[in-house]
Ligand binder design. Structure first.
Ligand code: ADP
Ligand code: ASP
Ligand code: MG
Length: 408
């Protein structure tokens, strides 16, 4: 008997009527003879509402209590969905993350899944139940409630599919698949029938929030068959994440464009050009658990150099404080500047491996619109640029057109 895991995001369970629609879809799959495990997010807006409440009480909420609070969002929807299924005459049981026992590490608000006990779910499935599991949450060794980071229900879905060796993991959301770019920014964006795992990994890590990056990593590690679909339409084929390049088909050079408004730029000016400087600048930043993304160091003619890197906007002021207090005097840098009006735009495609000239086409397209490139970073299958935030949407639109992504 086929076993599928379906995950429904916040907009798909935003109110009782939509929860009823989800229940009807699940019931249809059950009626086809499939065993179904369903993962749900909190109702849309609920996680933000809860975080807002926490901040009213404590501006910098303690991570352990924040996890206790935000995990309640998903506890509401699992119970409501189980009831909606029962109302249709379908046997269903709901479980929180700790009841399943989705064991995680203790990194509150960004915990990683270590192990999933699947026996209990398996027993329920064998007795004909639909099993409904709360997304986004787990429990650590000591019994504390943890959460998996924003968008983490995707990861719960894929991790359960891996643990149960499901035939497919279906991510139901408010768009009918993975598009060449966010269709809310470029209406001409086109749905991809399939996308390679590597490309999806890049797109997720470069800001396409349609799948949380960790869910894609999980799918890759355990070879989970993963599909993105719309919960608002009758059954379509959505987008399949594939593990092998289809050798029969000519690969498009560029598959998609991702963007991210969350990065800020820090420049350390007038640094003496001598060994150990990068470590002296970035060591204290790393010690404070601040992730650094793109890094650039210029060669200075006069014995000094400028050092530029990006961090998440939420970490900008903390990073600047560290650099000004602990680093600037120590290394003798002239000035340290922070800029949070930046955005990163990236073109992604496995076809880049065998084609040259993609970077120059990208840069030409941007200069034709008068968009200045502040930083560049490349890998085998992506090119990213950091630009002024106010040009981000324009950049995405013109690049989408320049690379012919709206054509079939
Ligand atoms: P859910 O609540 O179901 O998890 P999300 O809001 O997290 O949904 O993710 C779906 C959204 O991702 C879409 O509404 C769309 O705006 C956005 N998105 C960004 N990039 C893409 C892309 N390349 N393809 C499809 N959707 C994208
Ligand atoms: N409810 C959580 C969030 O809003 C998890 C999820 O929706 O995937 O981030
Ligand atoms: Mg999501």
């Amino acid at each position: 008997m086929a076993l599928i895991v379906q995950k429904y995001g916040g907009t798909s369970v935003a109110n009782p009527e939509r929860i009823g629609n989800v229940a009807r879809r699940v019931a249809r799959h059950k009626a086809l003879g499939q065993q179904v495990v369903v993962v749900v997010s909190a109702m849309s807006g609920e996680t933000n509402r809860l975080i807002g409440l926490a901040k009213e009480v404590m501006p910098n909420p303690s991570p352990r209590e924040l996890d206790v609070l935000v995990s309640t969002g998903e506890q509401v929807t699992i119970a409501l969905l189980a009831m909606a299924l029962q109302e249709l005459g379908v046997k269903a049981k709901s479980y929180t993350g700790s009841q399943v026992r989705i064991l995680t590490d203790n990194a509150h608000t960004k915990a990683r899944i270590l192990k999933i006990d699947e026996e209990r779910m398996r027993a329920d499935l064998d007795q004909g139940y639909v099993v409904v599991v709360a997304g986004f949450q787990g429990v650590d060794e000591a019994g504390n409630i943890t959460t998996l980071g924003r968008g983490g229900s995707d990861t719960t879905g894929v991790a359960l599919a891996a643990a149960l060796k499901a035939d497919e993991c279906q991510i139901y959301t408010d768009v009918d698949g993975v598009y060449t770019t966010d269709p809310r920014v470029v209406p001409e964006a086109r749905r991809l029938k399939s996308v390679t795992f590597e490309e999806m990994l890049e797109m997720a890590s470069l800001g396409s929030k349609v799948l949380q990056i960790r869910s894609v990593e999980f799918a890759g590690k355990y070879k989970v068959k993963l599909r993105v679909l719309s919960s608002f339409e009758e059954e379509g084929e959505g987008t399949l994440i594939t593990f092998e390049d289809d050798k029969q088909m000519e690969q498009p050079i560029i598959s998609g464009i991702a963007f991210n408004r969350d990065e800020a730029k820090i420049t350390v000016l007038g640094v003496p050009d001598r060994p150990g400087i990068a470590y002296q600048i970035l060591g204290p930043v790393a010690d404070a658990n601040i992730d650094v993304d793109i890094i650039i160091q210029n060669v200075g003619a006069d014995g000094t150099t400028d050092f530029t890197f990006t961090v998440h906007k939420n970490d900008l002021s903390r990073a600047l404080d560290i650099l000004r207090d602990k680093v600037q005097g120590h290394i003798g840098a002239r000035e340290i500047i922070g800029d949070d009006k930046t955005a990163k735009v990236s073109v992604v495609g496995v076809g880049m491996r065998s084609h040259v000239g993609i970077a120059s086409q990208m840069f030409r397209t941007l200069v034709e619109e008068g968009i200045n490139i502040q930083m560049i970073s490349t890998s085998e299958i992506k090119i990213s640029v950091v630009i002024d935030e106010k040009y981000m949407e324009l950049a995405v639109r013109v690049l989408h057109k320049a690379f012919g992504l709206e054509e079939v």
